[in-house]
Write a protein that binds this ligand. Structure first.
Ligand code: AMP
Length: 191
């Protein structure tokens, strides 16, 4: 199995690259943001609870997202591997993912972190806001809060994977294909 954490701040390009990677390596894409938005559209109790946090650019509680990921892993028992996108976003989530995967004997192989500076991120997020229709992409102060939350709560997850020698920093600036090549080289070096 090949289990990859695709990491990086909002609008670093994780979704775009995840789509290309899952095609090439035949992996299942697990994006907690996508799962939460689907819950929201379906107006489930979970989606309605998450909405308040998502609209403000705050994190949804660890127990909710951990439970969601556990269900998805169990539902895809025959998978060749997973790309985790937007998860884990806290050290608690990283520890929970580790113990889930350890039980299954298929640990994370690599954590690929797309590096893009804050100024470029805000530019990209505001641009996306014009056509994504996402409420959390429309407003500069919500966008800035998402980046602040990333730097405070999420960036420390790098240390968790660095301690396990699984962290790789990937330059997230360039064309989609250039960035994809960098990611593939890192993956192929551990396969
Ligand atoms: P994303 O599409 O990954 O940018 O996620 C959109 C929003 O969903 C985030 O701003 C959070 O409110 C929520 N969210 C997504 N993934 C997580 C996670 N792993 N932990 C907590 N909240 C999350």
């Amino acid at each position: 199995m090949l289990n990859i954490v695709l990491f990086g701040p909002p609008e670093a390009g994780k979704g775009t690259q995840a789509t290309k990677l899952l095609e090439k390596y035949q992996l299942i894409h697990l994006s907690t943001g996508d799962i939460l938005r689907a819950e929201l559209t379906a107006k489930t109790p979970l989606g309605l609870e998450a909405k308040g946090f998502m609209d403000k650019g705050e994190l949804v509680s660890d127990s909710v997202v951990i439970g969601m990921i556990e269900n998805k892993i169990d539902a895809n028992a025959g998978a060749k591997g997973f790309i985790f996108d937007g998860f884990p976003r806290t050290n608690t989530q990283a520890q929970a993912l580790d113990s889930m995967l350890r039980k299954k004997g298929t640990p994370i192989n690599l954590m690929l972190s797309l590096e893009v500076d804050d100024e470029e991120l805000i530019k990209r997020l505001l641009l996306r806001g014009k056509d994504s229709g996402r409420a959390d992409d429309q407003n500069q102060s919500i966008i800035e809060n998402r980046i602040k939350v990333y730097n405070k709560d999420t960036a420390p997850v790098i240390d968790f994977y660095e301690d396990q020698h699984k962290y790789r920093s990937i330059n997230g600036i360039g064309s989609i294909d250039e960035i994809f090549d960098r990611l593939c080289k890192a993956i192929d070096s551990v396969k």
